[in-house]
Design a protein. Structure first.
Length: 484
C-alpha cells in the first residue's frame, strides 16, 4: 500500500538484462521509488494486483513479454482490477517509434505513458533517467489526484443524498403521489416549471426536489423572493451591475442569474415581479442573456427557471399585471399543489414526520397522539397548510409530555384557528340555504363525502376501505349517486 511518499512499483519484464536496467535507472531515487515485485508474465502480474489490492502505485510494463496476456489486453485487465494503478509501458526500439497509432492505442487502453527502451548496447539505463523518473513521479501524482477526485465526487453525491433526505416530500394521497411522479418526470429535462399552490403548501420544497433530481443537482439552487425586494432594486438584484455604473455602485455586483449560472433559479412569488423586470426575465429565457446595469454588451447565462406563485397567474395576465408571453414561457409545465385539507391522511403522516423531527431535535422521546387529538387535527382546515402544521407540531412537542391529548390540541395557544374545522354539518353551505327533506340532504352529503374520500384515495378499493365498505357496495352506491 502506498504510504507516505514511497512509490511502490510492480515491474513486468521477462528479460533479466532489462530488469537490471530499470532498477539501475531509478537507483538515484531509491528512497522514493521502490520496486516491490518483479514478474515475467501478464497472468502473474494480474494475480499479484488482485491479491494485494492497493499495494502498487505504478506498473512498469514491458510491451513484448512472452505469454498470452500482454499489451493492450493486459493494460485493460489491470485497470479493471485497479483503476487507480498507473501503467508505464516500455517497448523495444523495434516498434516504429513514430507510430502515433501505436502510442494512442496504449493510452486508450489505459496506460499512463510509454517510452522506447535504449538499444542493448547501453547497459546502464533503460531510458533517459530523468525523463523516466519524472514520468513515474507524474504517474503517482495522477493516481493521487484521481483518488482525491473520487473522494470529492463521493462527498458531493453524499451531500445531494443528504439534502434529498432532508427535503423529502411526505404524503401518500393521490395528489402527492401524482406530484412526485411529475417531479421525477420533469426534473430530468430543463423545462421551465410553474408551481402554483396556496401559502405553505410546499412550493419551495417541490422546487428543491426538482433541482436535486435533475442534471444540475451539483450546481447552485438560488431562491429569490420577488415579493420581498423593492421594485427599484429588483433589476440590480437579478442582473447585477458594474462598478461605477451609478452613484453608489462602488464595486461590481453579481446578479442572482449570474450566481445561479449552470444551476437553477427559483423565482418565488413571481407574480410580484414588476413589468420592466418581467421584460428582462423574458430576455434571459429567450436569448439566454442578461443585461448587467452599466455593462455594454450582454452576458450569456445558462439557468433553469422554476417559478412559484400563490396567485392565479392567468388572472394576473387577464388583468394586465403579468405579461402573457412571460406567462407562457414560465408555465411550460404547470404543477399545482393542492391544499393540505384535501390530502386526507397525509395530515397524520406529516404530524408523525414532524413529531419525529422535533423530538430528535430536542432529544426527547417521540410523543404519541391520542385518537381524539388525531381526530381534531384531521378535521382542522389548515389554512396555513404544511407550514402551519409544522408550527403546530413544534408547539405541541415543546409543550407536551409523552402523550398529546385532545385538550392539548384544542388549546388556542396550539391550534390558533381551532374554529376553522372541516365541519360537515355546515348545512347552509350544503343545501344552498334551503331546508330539504332528510333523504335529499343525506344524498347531498353522501355525494360530497364520496367524492371527497375518493379524491384523497389512491383507488376505488382504497376509498371503499376508508369508508368501511366492501368494494362492490362502494361501486353500487357510487352508481346510485351518479358518480360512476
Ligand atoms: N409534503 C411535505 N413534506 C414534508 N415537509 C413539507 C411538505 N410540504 C411542505 N413542507 C414543509 O413545510 C414548510 C413550508 O413549505 P414551503 O416553504 O415549501 O411552502 P411554500 O408553499 O413555499 O410556502 P409560502 O407560500 O409560504 O412561501 C417547510 O418547512 C417545508 O419543509
Ligand atoms: Mg415559499
Amino acid at each position: 500500500m502506498s504510504t507516505s511518499n514511497v512509490i511502490t512499483i510492480l515491474l513486468v519484464e521477462d528479460e533479466d538484462f532489462d530488469v537490471c536496467r530499470v532498477k539501475n535507472t531509478i537507483r538515484l531515487f531509491a528512497e522514493r521509488l521502490h520496486v516491490a515485485d518483479v514478474v515475467s508474465n501478464g497472468r502473474a502480474a494480474l494475480d499479484l494486483i488482485q491479491k494485494k489490492p492497493d499495494k502498487y502505485d505504478v506498473v512498469i510494463l514491458d510491451y513484448q513479454i512472452s505469454g498470452g496476456l500482454r499489451g493492450e489486453e493486459l493494460i485493460r485487465k489491470i485497470k479493471e482490477v485497479d483503476p487507480f494503478i498507473q501503467i508505464i509501458v516500455i517497448t523495444k526500439m523495434t516498434i516504429n517509434v513514430s507510430d502515433y497509432e501505436f502510442a494512442n492505442n496504449l493510452l486508450k487502453a489505459g496506460a499512463f505513458w510509454y517510452c522506447t527502451k535504449y538499444p542493448g548496447n547501453i547497459e546502464e539505463y533503460i531510458y533517459q533517467p530523468t525523463d523516466f523518473i519524472l514520468s513515474i513521479f507524474n504517474a503517482f501524482e495522477k493516481k493521487m489526484l484521481e483518488k482525491h477526485k473520487l473522494k470529492a465526487d463521493r462527498r458531493l453525491m453524499q451531500n445531494v443524498e443528504n439534502l434529498l433526505e432532508a427535503k423529502k416530500l411526505i404524503g401518500e394521497s393521490k395528489a402527492m403521489v401524482q406530484l412526485r411522479e411529475a417531479i421525477e418526470k420533469y426534473a430530468k429535462s430543463d423545462v421551465n416549471i410553474l408551481i402554483s399552490g396556496a401559502s405553505g403548501t410546499g412550493k419551495e420544497l417541490v422546487a428543491w426536489n426538482i433541482h436535486l433530481k435533475g442534471k444540475r443537482r451539483y450546481e447552485k439552487f438560488v431562491p429569490i423572493n420577488c415579493g420581498s425586494i423593492p421594485h427599484d432594486l429588483i433589476e440590480s438584484e437579478l442582473f447585477g451591475y458594474e462598478k461605477g455604473s451609478f452613484t453608489g455602485a462602488n464595486a461590481t455586483k453579481q446578479g442572482l442569474f449570474e450566481v445561479a449560472n449552470n444551476g437553477t433559479i427559483f423565482l418565488d412569488e413571481v407574480a410580484e415581479l414588476s413589468l420592466p423586470a418581467q421584460v428582462k426575465v423574458l430576455r434571459v429565457i429567450q436569448d439566454g442573456e442578461i443585461e448587467k446595469i452599466g455593462r455594454t454588451g450582454s452576458m450569456s447565462v445558462n439557468v433553469r427557471i422554476i417559478a412559484a406563485t400563490n396567485k392565479n397567474l392567468a388572472t394576473e395576465v387577464n388583468e394586465g399585471r403579468f405579461r402573457e408571453d412571460l406567462y407562457y414561457r414560465l408555465n411550460v409545465v404547470p404543477l399545482d399543489i393542492v391544499p393540505l385539507r384535501q390530502r386526507g391522511d397525509d395530515i397524520l403522516l406529516l404530524i408523525d414526520h414532524f413529531l419525529e423531527y422535533f423530538s430528535i431535535d430536542l432529544d426527547i422521546a417521540k410523543p404519541t397522539v391520542e385518537p381524539k387529538a388525531r381526530e381534531i387535527l384531521l378535521a382542522y382546515k389548515w389554512p396555513g397548510n404544511v407550514r402551519e402544521l409544522r408550527n403546530v407540531v413544534q408547539r405541541l412537542v415543546l409543550n407536551c409530555t409523552e402523550k398529546i391529548t385532545a385538550k392539548d390540541v384544542s388549546n388556542p395557544m396550539i391550534l390558533h384557528n381551532h374554529i376553522l374545522t372541516k365541519d360537515e354539518s355546515n348545512f347552509e353551505d350544503m343545501a344552498s340555504g334551503q331546508v330539504l327533506p332528510l333523504r335529499d340532504m343525506e344524498r347531498i352529503f353522501r355525494l360530497r363525502y364520496f367524492k371527497y374520500v375518493r379524491s384523497i384515495s389512491s383507488s376505488d378499493s382504497n376509498a371503499a376501505e376508508k369508508l368501511g365498505l366492501a368494494p362492490s357496495n362502494f361501486y353500487r352506491m357510487c352508481k346510485e349517486l351518479g358518480i360512476k
